[in-house]
Design a protein around this ligand. Structure first.
Ligand code: ADP
Length: 543
């Protein structure tokens, strides 16, 4: 008989124990709400994480119970990242930028039993607490903010709970057990939940460590500006723990000067965030010592060529573009230039860096005809829907009957992005079929915004498209048809929307047209509108 390998499960306690045993003197640095930074070693972190496991037991969180976080990127959040799944529960990171109805929906849909909240974020979540049906425990992590505690609710203090708990042993036997979940808000309707298993998270962590993807190593000091509530902070938090890399967590200190200051003072080697972040930070980097910085991974929206080139000119490093989705854990492709293309002329290299790149190991990407579903050639010209498969690509949405329409018959994820693939296997996103606007890395649903505009009595039709914006990547432009015999102004519509949608959803401009172009089946033709108004210069473009 042929010998076989031992069947050891790929579970998060293994990653946790590595940091505890081998990296105990390395540090996690967190910015707090007072402008200061707190330092915690991995050794202290590991002890607290085991105690947190004890806290979850004491609170009576059920086996596989969902534990939510409403928090910045902090060392405390990293404790939750491991204590929850390593004790068999499921971590549910709540996106602090979702709007109230969405937060209520996802907390109730996931049936969260407890929420761990940063004190500085209490004001955001406070008004919603009464709408949560299953939450039994509210725990506050004091980040030094003077925020008042919302009346009428009981809050436990994170530090007091930890001090009163015993450290626990972690063990998870089944690698396919759920470890965490994240909801992604999309085109219409409620956000959809994606469940990450121990195995998918473990493999994704290793994916972030391969040298030709992000290549996280023990020698790195990582600043994840990408939120821990958004698609696993792109795998960087787990990869840091797995390798023992130092972590610099900005906490609420998200302003460009604060981030630039952390990069310099903590000698950050990898700093990752969406394009909007890097646009804001660039002027703040002037004159600073950035000699430690070796990589600036960026994704969530297309990285403008000019931005990457500006970093190359000023910092000496182009931005490393990555593409992914909440559904793909998210790391799926990275635009690293292989040695076989390194001798191409400079302008071609610039174009390659501005593409989404080839898939990382374990992930398959293909483009398919949007009507027939047939796979399309890698000719760099024929565009089709981008589809993804792999062990860290979701196979369904959590308890959601909309699941089937997002997958092909052979199980590939339909991404809603439209792309070409070059003969070398580089993906270039050219369009999107999902009807959303992505502003600063977060989604605005065009359809919901349109519905709110059309609720105005003087509006007959409204169609919203995303228009490129130098700071936010995209901002909404509303194309409005006034009701017959009515007159309405941009200011009246904006005033009407105030309070009906989150402030950051308000269209940057409203243009009035005589008719919204329609497709053959009578739907708003966003493609036509994008062709007509895609170049529209928003009045906010110079801000
Ligand atoms: P994330 O923002 O972490 O990538 P989301 O699930 O919120 O995750 O959004 C995924 C979508 O964001 C993709 O389907 C795509 O439309 C867009 N996106 C992500 N990365 C890029 C990129 N590098 N270039 C263009 N679009 C991107």
């Amino acid at each position: 008989m042929l010998g076989t390998m031992q069947d050891r499960p790929l579970v998060l306690p293994h990653i946790f124990e590595r940091a505890e045993k081998y990296s105990s003197r390395k540090e996690i640095i967190t910015g707090d709400a007072t402008g200061g930074v707190q330092r915690r070693t991995y050794g202290e972190w590991a002890d607290r994480t085991r105690r947190l496991g004890g806290v979850l037991d004491q609170l009576g969180i059920s086996e596989a119970g969902r534990v939510a976080t409403f928090a910045w990127n902090t060392a405390n959040h990293l404790e939750l990242y491991f204590a929850v799944p390593c004790s068999g529960r499921v971590l549910h990171t709540l996106n602090i930028r979702l709007f109230p109805e969405q937060l209520t929906y996802i907390v109730n849909h996931a049936e969260d039993e407890a929420i761990f909240i940063d004190r500085s974020l209490l004001g955001l979540i406070g008004p919603l607490l009464d709408t949560f049906e299953t939450v039994k425990h509210l725990i506050v992590m004091d980040d030094g903010a003077p925020t008042e505690f919302p009346a009428g609710h009981e809050f436990a203090d994170y530090e007091e709970l930890l001090a009163g708990a015993e450290p626990v042993e972690f063990s998870v036997d089944d690698e396919n057990r759920a470890a965490s979940m994240c909801y992604t808000s999309g085109t219409t309707g409620h956000p959809k939940g994606v469940i990450y298993s121990h195995r998918s998270t473990f493999l994704h962590t290793m994916g972030a460590m391969t040298a030709d993807s992000v290549g996280v190593a023990e020698t790195d000091t990582i600043l994840p500006v990408v939120p821990m509530f958004h698609a696993n902070a792109w795998g960087l938090a787990h990869a840091a723990v797995a390798t023992g890399a130092s972590l610099v967590m900005p906490g609420p200190q998200m302003t460009p000067p604060a981030l630039a200051g952390l990069i310099e003072s903590e000698k950050v080697t990898i700093a990752a965030g969406v394009p909007t972040i890097w646009m804001g930070v660039l002027p703040e980097l002037e004159g600073r010592d950035l000699s430690a910085l070796r990589l600036i991974p960026c994704g969530g929206s297309a990285v403008p060529k000019a931005l990457s080139e500006a970093y190359r000119a000023q910092v000496g490093l182009p931005i490393l573009q990555a593409w992914g989705m909440t559904e793909t854990s998210p790391l799926a492709s990275v635009a690293r230039i292989p040695s076989t293309l390194a001798d191409r002329p400079e302008d071609e290299l610039i174009d390659l860096r501005a593409s989404q790149g080839p898939p990382v190991l374990c992930v398959g990407l293909r483009v398919a005809d949007q009507v027939t579903g047939e796979e399309l050639p890698w000719d760099g010209e024929t565009s089709g829907e981008l589809q993804a498969a792999g062990p860290w690509v979701t196979a369904s949405y959590y308890n959601d009957e909309r699941s089937p329409q997002s997958f092909t018959s052979d199980g590939w994820l339909k991404t809603g992005d439209v792309a070409v693939i070059t003969p070398e296997g580089f993906v270039k996103i050219v369009d999107r079929t999902k009807d959303v606007v992505k502003s600063g890395g977060e989604w605005i649903s065009s359809v919901e915004l349109e519905n709110e505009i059309m609720a105005h009595p003087a509006v007959a039709e409204a169609a919203v498209i995303g228009v490129s914006h130098p700071k936010w990547s995209e901002r909404p432009l509303a194309c409005v048809v006034a009701a017959e015999g009515s007159e309405v102004t941009k200011e009246e519509i904006l005033e009407f929307l105030d309070g009906r949608v989150p402030g950051w959803w308000l269209p940057d401009d409203i243009i009035f047209i005589s008719e919204v172009p329609k497709t053959s089946v009578g739907k708003f033709s966003k493609k036509d509108l994008r062709e007509r108004f895609g170049d529209h210069v928003l009045p906010t473009a110079g801000d």
